[in-house]
Ligand binder design. Structure first.
Ligand code: ADP
Length: 508
């Protein structure tokens, strides 16, 4: 296996199911890449372990090559061979694990949503730790993400420290507590965890279905550091309404649990260098933003009669969490207010996808409304650049990235005050917020009145106060949503945890 270069910083391994831009479904992919780049910049040795999916964007992996080793890892009482690939993604070294398992775990044409996701990712979690063990790595931190790699935490302490992989502290980040990956307890045995040992209330047993195991709960229990992706969400999930069944576990482990607001990758999301855009622009030259609006309207067949007609953008997975009924309402409200609306989104939920297809067809030749119901990276950049207002009416939102990206592109957010939106969007009419932080329009109650109260005000500002609007656009574009600050918070958690482990080891 490849050897690790010397570094005076920490050795940090991220084990994840997504990494932008090669394997991205949502925010998780952005976070893994953005955080890892920022940590690398701060002098740490950062490596990532990913599954080798067939559907990755292979053209974004540099120097991909198979290593001349066969990694055997345990599953279902047997050893299975894995091919190990290495490559560089966004300047970061990545290991890709390709199982030679007859069930072709990562050869499915999609990242998630398979009937055997629990098997696929418990296999991967175990193989990733096996890779670290067999390559002789001595990481200081192993950082796993979401339920797909949550297995890493119990596997590490139960199986791998006895085998000698024992240098690391485990950090687990939950990007969304809605997805916990529970399964019947018996399924846990495949990756080698002892079902009887694990299916206990103080370990992996699901808090509401006692015959089921819960990987996210397991990671909360077994990790040294547990984080989620914003301070407000960290509070919300400790309540019965917000915790999706895990509030008592999180409250019990509250000493090691913190919320750190995600950043965005300010290299990838930069209107001054963004090659997806028709015209690049910056805070001192906003003419380019208008040209992007004209270009997108042409591309989508929308009216170009009035350059000042406000354009509302929305880019999202269409799932109930995102307030799909409020998105639908915002489309019609925008029409009433005389604006244009562009939605880019797709839904894994069949009836939601069908409903939005109905709306898309209804407006198919409309001058002011366009719904594009697919995942499209390039188009997403064009919409951030072209839109004046960006709507995010989420029911709950662990962090949310689109409000930050929108601001960087000079599109003013209209957002519900929840989770990370509450930590990053501050109302221009809220006198309790210092002026320099006021950057958008917010509402609290997740209903149509709530949406109207914020969207109508945004339209009013845009139409009646051009100068104030322009200043708001410039203020938002100058806001710092980079990973710098958040990465230092992670670094501090890592360093404290490593220091505590050393003190404990010296005492022993
Ligand atoms: P979540 O992780 O819940 O999906 P986030 O706001 O944290 O939501 O991150 C969403 C990311 O996915 C953003 O980078 C957004 O631009 C991108 N995205 C969502 N839907 C689409 C789509 N249909 N096409 C392109 N990008 C999308």
């Amino acid at each position: 296996l490849t050897s690790s270069p010397k570094s005076s910083g920490l050795s940090i391994i991220h084990i994840a199911a997504e990494m932008a831009p090669v394997a991205k479904v949502g925010g998780l992919g952005d976070v893994v890449t953005g955080l890892c780049k920022a940590l690398q910049k701060r002098g740490h040795l950062v490596e990532i372990v990913l599954p080798k999916y067939d559907c990755m964007q292979y053209d974004r992996i540099h120097n991909l090559r198979a290593l001349d080793v066969v990694l055997e890892s345990y599953f279902d009482g047997k050893l299975y061979k894995n091919k190990i690939w290495v490559g560089t993604v966004e300047g970061l070294p990545v290991y890709f694990i390709e199982p030679q398992h007859p069930e072709k775990f990562f050869w499915r044409g999609q990242f998630y949503g398979e009937h055997d996701d629990f098997r696929r990712f418990s296999f991967f979690s175990r193989a990733a730790l096996e890779l670290l063990l067999q390559s002789g790595k001595k990481p200081d931190i192993i950082h796993c993400h979401d339920w797909q790699t949550a297995f890493v935490a119990p596997l590490y302490w139960d199986i791998y420290t006895p085998k000698g992989l024992n240098s690391a502290r485990i950090c687990f980040t939950c990007h969304n507590f809605e997805y916990q990956g529970t399964a019947p307890g018996s399924e846990l045995a495949s990756c080698g965890l002892d079902v009887h040992q694990m299916n206990r209330p103080d370990r992996m047993q699901d808090n509401s279905a006692l015959d089921r195991v819960n990987p996210v709960k397991g990671a909360v229990v077994f990790s040294n550091i547990v984080t989620t992706v914003s301070p407000t969400y960290a509070q919300e999930v400790r309540t019965a309404e917000g915790g999706k069944g895990l509030h008592s576990t999180l409250s019990f482990h509250s000493k090691k649990f913190v919320g750190i607001l995600n950043g965005i990758d300010t290299d990838a999301w930069n209107p001054a260098t963004d090659t997806f855009l028709k015209v690049q622009y910056n805070v001192n030259d906003l003419q380019g933003k208008i040209e992007n609006k004209i270009a997108l309207r042409k591309f989508l067949g929308l009216s170009n009669a009035d350059v000042k007609q406000p354009m509302v953008g929305c880019i999202t997975r269409l799932v109930p969490q995102k307030g799909v009924h409020l998105i639908r309402h915002a489309i019609y409200r925008t029409l009433e207010l005389g604006g244009q609306f562009v939605l880019l989104g797709s839904s894994p939920v069949a009836h939601i996808q069908r409903e939005f297809e109905g709306i898309a067809n209804h407006f198919i030749n409309h001058d002011d409304i366009r719904l594009i119901l697919k995942y499209d990276e390039s188009l997403s950049h064009s919409i951030f650049a072209a839109s004046d207002i960006f709507i995010i009416p989420s029911i709950f939102e662990p962090c949310g990235l689109t409000q930050m990206i929108a601001m960087r592109y000079g599109s003013i957010p209209v957002a519900r005050k929840t989770g990370g939106l509450n930590d990053s969007v501050f109302d221009v009419d809220d006198d309790t917020v210092p002026l320099q932080f006021q950057n958008g329009f917010t509402f609290l109650t997740p209903d149509e009145h709530g949406v109207n109260s914020a969207l109508d005000r945004a339209f009013n500002y845009y139409r009646n106060n051009t100068e104030v609007w322009q200043q708001l656009v410039q203020k938002d574009m100058n806001m710092d949503f980079s990973w710098e600050l958040s990465a230092t918070q992670y670094e501090e958690l890592y360093l404290n945890s490593v220091a505590r482990a050393r003190v404990a080891a010296n005492r022993a």
